[in-house]
Design a binder for this molecule. Sequence first.
Ligand code: SF4
Length: 449
Amino acid sequence: MRGSQFRKACLDGQLMTRPGVLLPVLQRWSCHNCGGCCREHEITITQEEKRRIEGQNWSIADGVAADRELIVSQGTAWRLNHQDDGACVFLDQSGLCRIHSKFGEAAKPLACRLYPYAIHPAGHMVTTSLRFSCPSVVQNLGEPVTSCRSSIEALSKEVVPAGYQAPEAPELRPGQPLQWPDMTRVLAFLDRGLADTAVSFLTRLTRILSWIELLGKVEGSVVAGDQLAKILPLLYEASVRAYPQDESPETAPSGLGRVMFRQLVAQLIRHDTAVARNSGLSARLRLLLQGLRFTLGRGRVPTLPDPESVRVAFVERAGVAEVAASATFRQLEQPFGGRNPELDQLFTRYFQVKLQGLHFCGPAFYQFSVIEGFQSLALMYPAVLWTARLRATKEGRNTLQRRDVEAALATLDHNYGYSPVLGMNASRQRIRQLAQMQQIAVLCAWYSR
Ligand code: SF4
């Protein structure tokens, strides 16, 4: 579905009333076997999947380790075990899945078959987003996602079984419920704001942030039905009048704004694998110290290992520098030339996939309201550009290249919407406070220079 079709379907009220699966049209994907997802993720399995895998009768002759369980308990659930280096027990030396090789795709657990798709129920529809932690997604490599409709529809039936109770729409702001038809009206205007390529991505983002700030102030009784339908275009036009064209705002973020922003980046960038989580007190202490150094923002940026998928796809295959300790926090505050049509295109695709897949609010994003969720998504823009600066600095450059930004986006999207830390009350308060201090648009502009 193209952007304009998406908006039309939203405004006609088709999206949430006609059963079906909504796919992102701008996006391509095929697996390029970097092996990253098999090393970075913890695969929880159902009782039925446990029975199926046990019934496959794995032995040393198949290459699996003799000295460890293939399946281990995790609280009341089960998960696939890891090898010492963090890889799934079923990952072979050549980076392929042994279950897939021996029994075919269908024999794998649902979580493995699903990645990098993220399928969410939305009223009577099912939306599909993608995880940009997969390097092939971020680089837009492979088949158009629309050509995989039948396999995605089959997956969606497993994720959202028949008879599933349609969920409530996300709140507009905390405590302000929305009905699905009103939610689709709001979505249509968010999408319209992103699609206006006559201006830069930064200007579009700034307009939307000002538009949703106005929407957040509208009296509760007005944000429903016909009244909402009348007010949305007026607010949108007001935001366009406020930011009619591209400018180069150079206002520096406040001291507190920068501290909160670096804390957010520290949570997005941390390497949160099962192995890291289970490696005891010293690993947790290291994470704590890293967080402290990001909060202080002085001296050198701590060394942070790349996720495996980024290491293989970008460092090994594309020659991007590994992030090292050679950058100082101060260096990353200089201009890096982050505003250009190529990067705008990448961010537009990322935002549209997350927006159309409802991967920024509600059950897919820590139950955030639409406004908080969009503000949180908007902060990914400066966070990714900050992380890309770290990569460019390592190579001695003070201008960004597309691959720096792609690698940074793949790194940060791993945690976006999935790290429990980002859904905690303190993280939510941080987004609210940054919005109240009018710092979100300022941060977007500052790190796009
Ligand atoms: S991260 Fe993406 S490209 Fe790499 S193995 Fe997983 S699905 Fe394939």
